[in-house]
Design a protein around this ligand. Structure first.
Ligand code: SF4
Length: 685
């Protein structure tokens, strides 16, 4: 009996923990610590510890499926690839390439995402390529690119332990990024103060020195009032502002309209608390900001991120150890999918598609006359266009918009209107059920490639087992379709060969190779040359704008797109849980994780519950202008008054049947974190 340990990277969240899969008889039978891994040093959260449980499930997709007369029929690869290639070619000629769109995947490897965006731009010729970063950190990328010139975590996860103050807003770090949470706790043990701002008294807030409950969607007001205090009391870092930033006058003009007393009724935070946390942040000596989707998933998400940046810049809390702005990316490779250019406005390395010179460089390398020279449609725009009949063909790799996207009743309608939908995944997801053709993909532990974690660490995956049945790596499938369409440039023989092309065309990855990534530390981008050691901390001597300066902006407060009224008097906010991951397609198929939290629930404050006659555990109906769900109530003081919370992992009580698809004007991020709802008791029959 042979047992082997295969060191690789956790397939769940963006922390990027290393683990060892225990392989026996060609099956993964368990997980063992990889103590040498520099981030997690052998520690794992429950998802990582049980990350093998979904791999060998009987319901894995093992063969291509073609829908005939409304039913899926197993097909050979040749049949499926021939059908897709001929249909894509025909639709491209008949309707034009812009009637087609591709969704890449934050769960697939860098190599697969790189090939997917190349497929969209070269094989189809469409600018419409996006992925679910649109739904989590699209506004981080837009906001930080605007202020710092680069939209990623400025510091590393382990660097957080050197902070003197950790300011966490809109992130349930200990539950959603447990191994980042470990660094927060280490900072606290070394004497750092922890401030947590959130409408929920969540697992992270329970560790805080100061917990600041505030109303969802009022972040800009809170930041402006904090900066009012800092500037009024002369606590700003004048030298940093003078030497390393521009735009201070515009910022000051806006901020000085926003005293804490003005912000108190908007945010629900007492003016004295705002002053206190502002002074603590500005004077700690080393303050780090962590944020996640509580900041980003708003129609003002880019404004929120710019406000985060404003605060850090005026206090000089950037470009050295223990400080920084740290957007915590959700999925294992959402950073990498963005880096690889799976966004409608940039090719890999955040190089703008509307820049003629950059686009021509790519076109030359890829042997085509030009690439689509316009910004394509984002995820929500694609769904709207599908609903209007303007997008007719969609190729989805490893995404499940039927659970992840806002207003899923509308998403279902849009997907059903498509002429041709291809879904490539490891399970028959709620979205795959609607497909014309389903393609079986290999899961993370079954393939080679790289993931880029939230801290910009590019890490090698090592295959532990073979994919089941006829399932293949995503890149192999995409290349087969491209080749069948007669398109050149997809003759890759391995993930390594694709990575070599990534390094050739992506400045941040230029100095990387599989050989250099073998060591557990791997490399943090940017790594511009083969002898460069990588860059754990960004913006040390200068920012990424051409003039090297950080930019400050005055940001006026705007209320959420939908505010409570007489008909819908409560604020609905959504989020994640420790035991589950995204749309639940993997974690809900892990019996250990599923047993912990088998379905969704609605958190409601005891005062609101009493007014509505809602008892703990009772079934309630939650309604918004877009849909309704039935769900069990959890009456708890952990959610502030006039707000309710629903986790979004569970399709049977889908939070996203309720959420609004109002968009941030810059990043086109939907406002998943706030809309108006009403709650009614469901009578017991
Ligand atoms: Fe996996 Fe994230 Fe848990 Fe680490 S913290 S074990 S990467 S799910």
């Amino acid at each position: 009996m042979d047992i082997k340990l295969v060191p690789t990277i956790c397939p769940y969240c963006g922390c990027g923990c290393g683990l060892n899969y225990v392989v026996k008889d060609e099956k993964i039978v368990g997980v063992e610590p990889w103590k040498r891994h520099p981030l997690n040093e052998g520690k794992l959260c429950p998802k990582g510890n049980f990350s093998h449980e979904f791999i060998h499930r009987d319901d894995r997709l093992t063969t291509p499926l073609i829908k005939k007369d409304g039913k899926f029929v197993p097909a050979t690869w040749d049949e499926a690839i021939s059908l897709i290639a001929s249909k894509f070619t025909e639709m491209k000629a008949k309707y034009g390439p812009e009637t087609m769109a591709c969704f890449a995947s934050a769960r697939s490897t860098n190599e697969e995402n790189f090939v997917m965006q190349k497929f969209a731009r070269v094989a189809i010729g469409t600018p419409n390529i996006d992925h679910c970063a649109r739904l989590c950190h699209g506004t981080s990328v837009a906001g930080l690119a605007k202020t710092l010139g680069s939209g990623a975590m400025t510091n590393t996860i382990t660097d957080i332990k050197d902070s003197k103050l950790v300011f966490i807003i809109g992130s349930n770090t200990l539950e959603d990024h447990p191994l980042v949470g470990r660094s927060v706790i280490r900072a606290k043990e070394s004497g750092a103060k922890i401030i947590v701002c959130d409408p929920r008294f969540n697992m992270t807030a329970k560790q805080a020195d100061i917990y600041v409950p505030f109303k969802s969607g009022t972040d800009v007001a809170l930041f402006n009032a904090m900066m009012y205090t800092i500037l009024s009391e002369g606590l700003e870092n004048k030298e940093f502002i003078k030497n390393r930033t521009k735009g201070f006058d515009a910022l000051k003009e806006e901020v000085m309209k926003c005293p804490p007393e003005w912000a108190e009724p908007i945010t629900g935070v007492p003016a004295d608390t705002i002053r206190k946390i502002a002074r603590m942040y500005a004077t700690s000596g080393a303050s780090s900001i962590l944020f996640a989707m509580g900041i980003t998933q708003h129609a003002t998400g880019t404004d929120n991120v710019v406000s985060v940046s404003n605060l850090a810049l005026i206090c000089g809390m950037i470009g050295r150890p223990g400080v920084g702005i740290n957007p915590l990316r959700g999925q294992n490779n959402v950073q990498g999918a963005c880096d690889m250019g799976c966004l409608p406005n940039v090719v890999s390395g955040y190089q703008a598609v509307i820049n003629d010179e950059l686009r021509k460089k790519y076109a030359g390398l890829w042997n085509v006359a030009d690439l689509p020279n316009k910004v394509g449609l984002t995820i929500v725009e694609t769904m709207n266009a599908a609903d209007e009949g303007k997008v007719k063909g969609l190729y989805i790799m490893g995404e499940n918009p039927m659970v992840s996207d806002p207003n899923v009743n509308h998403v279902k309608h849009a997907l059903e209107k498509l002429e041709f939908l291809v879904v490539q995944d490891i399970f028959l997801t709620e979205t795959a059920e609607l497909a014309s053709v389903v393609l079986p993909a290999a899961a993370g532990p079954e393939k080679q490639g790289t993931y880029t974690s939230t801290e910009r660490r590019v890490q090698l995956l090592r295959p532990a087992v073979k994919p089941p049945g006829q399932a293949k790596a995503d890149w192999e499938i995409i290349c087969s379709i491209a080749k069948k369409m007669g398109v050149k440039g997809f003759d890759f023989n391995s993930a390594k060969e694709i990575f070599q092309e990534v390094a050739k065309v992506t400045p941040q990855y230029a100095g990387m190779s599989y050989e250099r990534l073998e060591k557990p530390e791997a490399l943090h981008w940017p790594c511009p040359a083969a002898d460069h050691a990588g860059t754990p901390i960004l913006h040390v001597p200068k920012f990424s704008h051409p003039d090297g300066l950080g930019i400050l902006f005055g940001v006026p407060f705007k209320p959420p797109a939908e505010v409570p009224d007489a008909e819908y008097p409560l604020v609905l906010t959504t989020g994640r849980l420790l035991y589950h991951y995204h749309t639940g397609s993997m974690s809900r198929r892990s019996h250990t994780l599923d047993a912990e939290v088998p379905t969704g629930f609605l958190e409601i404050n005891p005062e609101d519950a009493a007014k509505l006659g809602v008892k703990d555990g009772a079934k309630v109906k939650v309604k918004t202008r877009r849909g309704e769900i039935e769900i069990n109530a959890k009456v708890t003081p952990n959610i502030i008054k006039n707000h309710v919370f629903v986790p979004f992992h569970f399709w049977e009580c889908s939070a996203n049947k309720l959420t609004i698809d109002a968009l941030d004007p810059f990043a086109k991020m939907p406002e998943l974190k706030v809309c108006s709802c009403k709650v009614e008791v469901v009578p017991v029959e």
